[in-house]
Design a protein around this ligand. Structure first.
Ligand code: NDP
Length: 446
């Protein structure tokens, strides 16, 4: 019965939002958890909260023209999906990647609503970005693009309405150019973006927060089974912001990280990545903007062209690159090789079939909504510091982040407990939903 209702609901979603496969996937995964909860709580059904929560409050699409270094006219498309503002101003990152389209940003904005709710902070959900590819562009070209992008976006954002941050392809450099242009246009210095530089309003720990937070969450999952991170062999995909700081925290906690990757391939270092090797990765990726294969050349280890790291034997996997990077087959290989836990640093990196493999095998599976919420949580802390016009110490920001990750774990346990185990997917979905749904009920037909 519930399955038939879900199918009917998904038919409506697909009909209304054609050609948005990732959005359909994200909605179905969430609706599957929430449907049984709605049957027990008909007030949400009557108010059609689920139908309303999947509909963005506003979608903004715009033209972004800019000049490249040869003086040629280039054109990209910009987006901002303002999904839900029931519990606070819109908040969510900007992604610059050639694959960006409306469906991908809607899936990310939808997930962001639940994630932000789980952080315990007052933040609504949004996402934005462009099909612009920063790879291979000069700093000057990236600046020109960011200035044109912000010229339009600035009309729709503000410190109390919508506060964007980074995501794939948007790091400290891009946030700087975007912030500079906003300040010029509005003639005001406000916390309109997060992920800012430390000497112009940024928060300590923000660059580290998503990776550190994901490790803190996995630590809580392991604790619930009487285990710890120390000594565990870990595989990580990606080599960007999330992958870098997941690696750093794992090294600090005594784990052994054996892989990193980028869109061209993956490195396998059987001796483990230590602090020194990680410094090389940070310089390679954040300054020289090179390829991960250089790591294999430098440290004389295996490089697997066009491969992902899921074939390596490990205790814990941290997918930290992009959506749908762990297929059903990958998940089976991980389980077969003894993987006991998965912490999703990326958003929706595991396909629905892959999640089923993990759940059937009863391994600890932390969905991105919960596991990678540390990034936006620390963005929330950056907003608080900007409003208070002060900055917290590294230790204070890190402690707040750690406590938030513990609180998210507790919410997942509250709504996802099944006997001795915790179903983190159900826990995160219902935990994130309730707060937003109740606020929507309180606020009438919004
Ligand atoms: P970065 O741009 O810093 O790094 C992304 C990494 O993933 C790069 O190594 C990149 O390789 C790789 N990658 C990107 N797209 C693909 C692809 N299609 N196939 C294979 N590899 C790919 O991004 P972040 O580290 O910030 O983000 C990574 C993930 O974490 C995303 O899913 C993002 O949504 C999520 N996330 C990020 C947060 C943050 O605070 N930054 C917060 C919460 C979630 P290459 O350089 O070759 O493209």
């Amino acid at each position: 019965m519930a399955e038939a209702k879900l199918k009917e609901f998904m038919r409506m979603v697909i009909k209304k939002n054609p050609s948005e496969a990732e959005f359909h996937q994200a909605v179905e995964e969430t609706a599957r958890s929430i449907f049984p909860f709605l049957q027990k709580n008909p007030k949400y059904l009557k108010a059609k909260i689920l139908e309303r929560i999947i509909e963005p409050e506003r979608v903004i699409m715009f033209r972004v023209p800019w000049l490249n270094d040869k003086g040629e006219v280039c054109l990209n498309r910009g987006y901002r999906i303002q999904m839900n503002s029931a519990i606070g101003p819109y908040k969510g990152g900007l992604r610059f990647h050639p694959t960006v389209n409306l469906g991908i940003l809607k899936f990310l904005a939808f997930e962001q609503v639940f994630k932000n709710s789980l952080t315990t902070l007052p933040m609504g959900g949004a996402k934005g970005g462009s099909d612009f590819d920063p790879k291979g562009k000069s700093d000057n070209e990236v600046m020109k693009f960011c200035q044109s992008f912000m010229t339009e976006l600035s009309k729709y954002i503000g410190p109390d309405t919508d506060v964007p941050a980074g995501d794939i392809g948007v790091g400290g450099r891009e946030i700087g150019y975007l912030f500079g242009q906003y300040k010029r246009l509005k003639d005001e210095f406000t916390g309109v973006l997060t992920g800012k530089g430390l000497n112009w309003g940024g928060s300590l720990i923000r660059p580290e927060a998503t990776g550190y937070g994901c490790v803190y969450f996995v630590q809580e999952m392991l604790k619930s089974k009487g285990q710890s991170i120390s000594g565990k062999v870990c595989v990580i995909s990606g080599s960007g912001n999330v992958a870098q700081y997941t690696t750093q925290k794992l090294i600090q906690l005594g784990a052994k990280v054996v892989t990193l990757s980028d869109s061209n391939g993956c490195v396998y270092d059987e001796h483990g990545i230590d602090e020194k090797k990680l410094d090389f990765v940070l310089e390679l990726k954040n300054v020289r903007r090179g390829r991960i294969r250089e790591y294999a050349q430098k440290f004389n280890c295996k490089y697997l062209e066009n491969k992902r790291p899921w074939g390596a034997t490990c205790d814990i996997a941290f997918p930290s690159a992009t959506q749908n990077e762990i297929s059903k087959e990958d998940a089976k290989v991980l389980v077969k090789n003894g993987c006991i836990a998965v912490g999703e640093g990326a958003n929706m990196p595991t396909t629905p079939e892959g999640i089923k493999v993990f759940q059937d095998a009863k391994i600890l599976f932390a969905p991105g909504k919960a596991a990678n919420a540390g990034g936006v949580a620390t963005s929330g802390l950056e907003m608080s510091q900007n409003s208070l016009r002060l900055s917290w110490s590294r230790e204070e920001a890190d402690e707040r982040l750690h406590n938030i990750m513990i609180a998210i774990h507790q919410q997942c346990a509250k709504y996802g407990r099944k006997g001795k185990d915790i179903d983190y997917v159900t826990g995160a979905n219902i935990g994130g939903f309730v707060k937003v749904a109740d606020a929507m009920l309180d606020q009438g037909l919004v």
